[in-house]
Design a protein around this ligand. Structure first.
Ligand code: UDP
Ligand code: MG
Length: 145
């Protein structure tokens, strides 16, 4: 099934200048990348995006990290895009992520927080996240109706 998913290069990935490399890896498996944009996230959008984690002890670290610099947002589209992007990313904790995955190759092996990239974990969340980070596209959709 052709799917869309939300991908975000986190501040550590931007600092490591990985945008071109990440786009290359995604395009290399036949998915397309569009709507790339730089964003500075505030507490509110981070809290919404990581609502499932706000009560965790590491949440303050995660929030500070996500505000430590710009992120690069993008929309990725193609066959089974959601699960294929997750495979490219590797395990959440970079020390468990296999070599050849983005987190395995570039993530911080000493801290699970600093893992380079976000990708939606389901088709349902992909649509929610695209709407969250691209309100301008949502508006266009409504106007077209
Ligand atoms: N995270 C963390 N410590 C943990 C689990 C998660 O700092 O023990 C951070 C990490 O940056 C991760 C993000 O919280 O990418 C979101 O966690 P989730 O469980 O949704 O993992 P993901 O979907 O990013 O693989
Ligand atoms: Mg997640």
């Amino acid at each position: 099934m052709i799917e869309r998913t939300y991908v975000m290069l986190k501040p550590d990935g931007v600092r490591k200048q990985l945008l071109d490399e990440i786009i290359h890896r995604i395009e290399n498996i036949g998915l397309s990348v569009s709507n790339v944009k730089e964003m500075y996230l505030d507490e509110e959008i981070i809290r919404e995006h990581y609502a499932h984690l706000v009560d965790k002890p590491f949440y303050p670290t995660l929030e500070l990290f996500m505000m430590s610099g710009p992120v690069m947002a993008m929309i990725v589209e193609g066959e089974n895009a959601v699960s294929r992007v997750r495979s490219l990313m590797g395990a959440t904790d970079s020390k468990d992520a296999l070599p050849g995955t983005i987190r395995g190759d570039y993530g911080d092996k000493t801290c699970c927080t600093y893992n380079i990239i976000h990708g939606s974990d389901s088709l349902e969340n992909a649509e929610i996240e695209i709407n969250r980070f691209y309100p301008e596209l949502k508006k266009n959709k409504v106007l077209k109706k």
